[in-house]
Design a protein around this ligand. Structure first.
Ligand SMILES: NC(=O)c1ccc[n+]([C@@H]2O[C@H](COP(=O)([O-])OP(=O)(O)OC[C@H]3O[C@@H](n4cnc5c(N)ncnc54)[C@H](O)[C@@H]3O)[C@@H](O)[C@H]2O)c1
Length: 442
């Protein structure tokens, strides 16, 4: 099938590459010429495991192309995916300007039947706005080409995006146009060969399903983080509590880890946007407001522990930080807890030496050169002369380090662990002052 993908970011590039992998003829469009240049040179602009190989294979096979030419992209695909960003507006609502600009481009240039698929995460009612924008453009030039608007939210996880797209748990399609549903079924059939995972529903329910999924996951994290704070005060161990409750199949073990808060390009903005959508229809989202407040507090928990140990004047203090990306296997630092922590440490006068296996370039892009941030090329390099180590992202490479070497490099054997990577009893035995989340330290 001929497919165009508008927006070649994390979602658009994975969507385009994986659809090409199944034999489709895919053209990816982006307004950012830098991204398209990188892709046309055979590189990829993001860190996503396995994606480079899929892109390279399909470019070579002539099934995957990249362009900045809107006209070419609109002409190419019967199916037009919109996978542009939907960042939060000032009031927390999703900013739809990129989605609607993409829709208007399609309406302005299309000449035959198109299925326009909202893959971006968009508030309930957006498909109606996309439909109105396309219809308006068609009316302006007196064109009666038919089109359908479909909601097909994306559930991939950064860091496992290719795997998630190739083997999805479910494919949600919100549509009311029979021809469009048939085309979507045909497009996704190769991804659900052993049993049909496509769930077809009405458009508004599909739009809400995406927010509901992210809101539920964020709720689990904030719930565990809140319990972790309580466990610390009550002399309990959140890791044991996690295992104890996770064994109940109604609860399950996934997404039950206490830590230093959730970040990324989705949970924070989607929780905010859902609260905002609810406000528009005079509905208070009491649980979600608490989820957000609990997460804001949690991003400071590690810094609070630093202050409890070193005081709130950190001038002259130097810290090592392991992990900058909001989670492992990505270089994405949008709303990452590391950023809240860096800002807080700098505000109190500290300097930081930081290492992340993937996000060094992104960190450099965000902060530039500054005297209070040293970006080093390996985990051990960060420790030299530091007063303590903060662990912020649970990359595998941090899980089993050489504690003796670490001790010889740090000024003091102190670890603030925002991801509970080590066993407190063992750390005590090894002579560390170890401060995890929700576990006993003394
Ligand atoms: N990143 C994730 O893990 C993830 C997962 C599921 C859903 N989503 C949702 O998918 C959407 C895209 O997210 P992302 O992380 O891929 O964003 P991104 O910022 O990585 O990519 C968006 C791309 O769209 C391009 N763009 C903007 N306007 C355009 C236009 N008019 N025409 C062509 N290109 C245009 C931008 O240049 C950018 O490259 C968002 O709504 C997000 O919430 C993201």
């Amino acid at each position: 099938m001929k497919v165009s993908v508008v927006g070649t970011g994390y979602v658009g590039l994975v969507t385009g590459a994986c659809l090409a992998e199944m034999g489709n003829d895919v053209l990816c469009l982006d307004v950012d010429p830098r991204k398209i240049d990188i892709l046309q040179c055979g590189d990829i602009p993001i860190h996503e495991p396995g994606l480079d190989a899929v892109v390279a294979r399909n470019v070579k096979a002539g099934r995957l192309h990249f362009t900045t030419d809107v006209e070419r992209a609109v002409a190419h695909g019967t199916i037009q995916f919109i996978a542009v960003g939907t960042p939060p507006d000032e009031d927390g609502s999703a900013d739809l300007q990129y989605v609607l600009a993409a829709a208007r481009n399609i309406g302005r240039l299309m000449t035959d039947y198109k299925v326009i698929v909202d893959k971006s995460t968009v508030p309930v009612g957006t498909a109606d706005k996309v439909r109105a924008a396309v219809a308006d453009e068609l009316a302006r030039r007196d064109c009666d080409a038919r089109f359908a608007v479909v909601s097909n939210p994306e559930f991939l996880k950064e860091g496992a995006a290719v795997e998630d797209f190739m083997r999805p748990d479910r494919i949600v399609v919100g549509a009311d146009d029979e021809q469009a549903i048939l085309l979507m079924r045909a497009l996704y059939a190769p991804f659900t060969r052993n049993h049909d995972r496509m769930i077809v529903m009405d458009v508004r329910s599909a739009e809400l399903t995406k927010y509901a999924a992210n809101a539920m996951l964020a709720t689990r994290i904030s719930f565990m983080n809140e319990l972790a704070l309580l466990a610390e005060k009550l002399g309990a161990d959140i890791e044991q509590v996690r295992v104890g409750i996770g064994s109940d199949p109604r609860i399950g073990t996934h997404f039950l880890y206490a830590g230093c808060g959730y970040g990324g390009s989705c949970f924070p903005k989607d929780v905010k946007a859902l609260i905002r959508t609810a406000q528009d229809v005079e509905q208070d989202m009491l649980v979600l407001q608490a989820v957000e407040a609990a997460n804001d507090r949690q991003k400071m928990v590690l810094v609070d522990k630093v202050v409890a140990r070193f005081g709130d004047d950190l001038a002259g203090k130097h810290f090592a930080m392991w992990g900058l990306a909001f989670k492992p296997n990505t270089d994405d630092m949008r709303e990452a807890p590391s950023r809240t922590m860096l800002d807080a440490l700098w505000r109190m006068g500290a300097t930081v030496a930081a290492y992340d296996p993937a996000a060094m370039d992104e960190t450099r892009r965000i902060y530039g050169e500054r005297a209070d941030l040293q970006l080093v090329s390996g985990p051990m390099d960060a420790l030299k002369g530091a007063d303590a180590l903060l662990i912020v992202t649970e990359w595998k490479v941090f899980r089993s380090p050489n504690f003796e070497t670490m001790k010889s490099l740090l000024n003091h054997p102190v670890i603030f662990d925002g991801r509970n990577l080590y066993e407190p009893a063992q750390m005590r035995e090894l002579g560390w002052a170890y401060f995890p989340i929700g576990r006993q330290t003394a």
